[in-house]
Design a protein around this ligand. Sequence first.
Ligand code: PHE
Length: 529
Amino acid sequence: MIEEREHWSSSLGFVLAAAGSAIGLGAIWKFPYIAGQNGGGAFLLIYLVFVAIIGMPVMLCEITLGRRTQQNPVGAFRMLSPAKSHLANFIGFSMLFTAVALLCFHEYGWAIVMLIVGGLIIRYGWTSAGIISIVAGFVILSYYSVVGGWTLGYIIKSFQGELNYVTEAAAANCFNSFKDNMGWVIPLHIGFMLICSLIIAKGVKNGIEKWSKILMPMLFVLLVILILRGLTLPGAVKGVSFFLSPKFSDLSTEGILTAMGLAFFTLSLGMGAMVTYGSYISREQNVFMSTLSIILLDTVIATLAGLAIFPAVFAMGFKEAAGPGLVFNILPAVFNSIPGQFGWLWAGIFFILLSIAAITSGISLLEMLVAFLSDELKWKRNKAVWISFTAVTTLGLLSAVSVSSWGRIEWLHQALVKAFHIERGSFFDMMDNFSSNWLLPLSGLAVSIFVGWIWGSRKAVEEIRHGSHNFADVHLISLLAGLKDDASHNNARYHVLTLASLWGIFIRFVAPVAITIAFLHEVGWLKNS
Ligand code: PHE
């Protein structure tokens, strides 16, 4: 018997779950330090622009695809794809030709990749975009869960009073030996996956929604506590101004493009996570307002995270504290230096917060795999959950053992170098680079082109309109002025300027062009001096 598809019990449930997916290590760990390095408030401003002109339209696409089809990403693309697409065929055959050319240059590894992807595209057309997003989610979850495991480990360490470092160097030392200590890292990685799996096994309503409703408010309260502690320290203002004052001179082209990549990652776009969550929404819900709420929550929390971190960092005199190591290398020392007996508590609170953020994001990635397996192979939820758990945990082990060097998996290293002639970082870095810089933008590009041009913005708007009349039927100026038209007249056809028409332009032109530029830059084909 096929199980009936579950739905969120309310809009709030959906918004909290989706915000949980968005708010993760990206918002709390990456965002503050990247903003710090790229002109503080100036970066924040650019980031907000990208969130508005690309993040928001693409998220609306993904959620709409999910709600329309009530399917996992692969099923969603399949259901709406035309029988034949010249564009897909063109891309597929170009890849096959490239593969042949690569073979002539004895680049066998890349040739095989091109053959497989080109073949997929020719065989499955636009459905292969769904397949790519599933692969992206799978790969991301495998190493995301390793970092999730670290955050769990740091909770234990803070409550054991072990994070009592006075200097940055001492904290960094501890982190370096921690992440290479397999006795910690492997059980923690498995533990993180286990927590996500146990929640998901309970289902959409009783698992994901219920836990999001508990964990998200908790995250917010913990964040506020940390902000209050940080801001009341003498000297905290310097941190606030470091984070918020716009220094446009520090903002490079590099920084601008980074802002776009970050917006994609922190909003959980390009991985089918939002398509999956969207597939559990019923047609009466207002998808436009939900999207807006998710975006606002994610942005507010990312900004608040900066306000929880920088005032404390500056007040405690850790000026040079910007960089990727911020969270694990420096913050333990910062929290420990806060006067009073409670250094361990501040650190503990921070790492609980970070773990919550990571778990609610991990859940969404895992749920996407589970939805795929249960929709496509008709597996029962439990079977899908535990098989996904095993597959992701196993791939993750390779990342876990290779964070700082290939030493433990040298055989794999040799094989990869031989096949692809590239030597870049560890397996962990490779997975991150492959998914964040390649799969994610490509699948984001596919989503926007598919919705804008193939399925068509007109049909998408018809779908969004269910439950969100203002989106397509009210002139934007009237809407902003609070002079709403009477929706019952259904005079949408006569309005030129509506939220829907703006959205259509962004999704057909602005997003594809911007994503392509950022992609070419990320992979190094578009160098700026
Ligand atoms: N948005 C999450 C973060 O900021 C990462 C993520 C991406 C989660 C995609 C789910 C899907 O950490």
